[in-house]
Design a protein around this ligand. Structure first.
Ligand SMILES: [Zn+2]
Length: 372
């Protein structure tokens, strides 16, 4: 087993703004924690310097007009046409380096995809990727360029069948949109129900159209789902669809805004449920490009993606984060434990909604993929 971490120190150098929940600094914190725990000099793992995506690659999904406006926003000044494209206010500020940052995120995802598709690595991880909300001509939900779509389109152009699985708290709407009418890409999104959370989409009945009917899978969860229910939904749906679809390449979005202490979501997961899903991804034995995603409690991001990287490498990191590392990083870590204690499960009422949706997907949607 060989693995690759596609990374650049530049990832952590960008700032969305003082009060913005998205903090690219979390990526440097994650890499530093990996280093601290001895996970950046493993014998079968390589660290690859991330590169920026180029225009021709971005055009696999984005419009020339949008790219022109986003490039203009790189100065940190809102372009005249910025607001027309979702750039400038609220979720998607025009911060200095916004285009450069987005090109790093996308370039690194393309590198990860190429590495696993070519056999250069069995698993490649881009913690700066997974910006799944960006649309062809519009920034959305802290995402300007949809690195996942660009990387997957690149894989499809090389003739690969790709399965995309998204375990972020938010629905992977931009990726679903890109592949809604094709059976060459299977998209699966597990998320907090749009009834409670941005972007409001991702109903279980949204299953794709035309040739893509059955190849878009959504499993929404009620607030407070917790590790048990979320991981159970994962285990009942994801292996069945992956087995039916038989992808050449697996692309995953490993958002950790599902965690109990995340400030903007309500799913109540811990490292326990997250690690179960990461182990399952590895167990599929398919070339795997792993992307980051949401995560607005910085300590969670660093701990969870460090654990994911350890699992990808079959490494057993120490259970405790060294005290001087915690001190050096302010009050970001709430304890010195790398893993969370399990949390209590949820009440029964919530389980039944999810069970009904799981039954629908297995009974009505899975046969469409099996019968392709
Ligand atoms: Zn999210």
């Amino acid at each position: 087993m060989t693995t690759a971490l596609v990374y650049s120190d530049r990832f952590g150098a960008f700032h969305y703004g003082a009060d913005h929940p998205m903090r690219p600094a979390r990526l440097r914190l994650t890499f530093d924690l990996m280093s601290e725990l001895g996970l950046t000099n493993l014998p079968d793992a390589v660290i690859i310097e991330a590169r920026q995506a180029v225009e021709g690659e971005l055009l696999l999904f984005h419009t020339p007009e949008y790219l022109r406006v986003l490039r203009e926003a790189n100065t940190g000044v809102i372009p005249v046409k910025g607001p027309e494209h979702g750039i400038g206010y609220g979720d998607n500020p025009a911060f200095k380096g916004v285009f450069e940052w987005s090109c790093y995120s996308t370039g690194a995802s393309i590198q990860a995809a190429e590495l696993v598709a070519s056999g250069g690595a069995d698993i490649a991880f881009n913690i700066a990727g997974g910006l799944h909300h960006a649309m062809p001509g519009r920034a959305s939900g802290f995402c300007y360029l949809n690195d996942a779509v660009v990387a997957i389109r690149h894989l499809v152009d090389m003739g690969h069948r790709v399965a995309y699985v998204d375990i972020d708290a938010h629905h992977g709407d931009g990726v679903e949109y890109a592949f809604y009418d094709t059976n060459k890409v299977l998209t699966i999104s597990l998320h907090e129900s749009g009834q409670w959370l941005f972007p409001g989409t991702g109903l279980v009945t949204d299953i794709g159209i035309k040739e893509g009917k059955g190849f878009s899978v959504n499993l929404p969860f009620p607030p407070g789902a917790g590790d048990g229910l979320f991981a159970r939904g994962f285990e009942e749906i994801v292996p069945a669809f992956i087995g039916a679809f038989r992808p050449d390449v697996l692309v995953t979005q490993l958002g950790v805004d599902t965690f109990s202490t995340d400030p903007i979501t309500h799913l109540n997961l811990t490292t326990n449920g997250f690690e179960r899903m990461v182990r399952a991804f590895k167990g599929f034995g398919v070339p795997w490009a792993a992307l980051g995603g949401g995560g607005y409690d910085l300590g969670n991001v660093a701990r969870a993606w460090t654990l994911a990287w350890a699992e990808m490498n079959g490494a057993a990191p120490p259970e405790t984060i060294p005290e001087d590392f915690i001190l050096k990083n302010g009050a970001i870590f709430k304890s010195d434990k790398l893993r969370d204690e399990p949390l209590k499960p949820l009440p029964d009422a919530d389980v039944r909604i999810v069970e009904k949706d799981i039954a629908f997907l297995i009974r009505e949607v899975l046969p469409m993929v099996l019968g392709q």
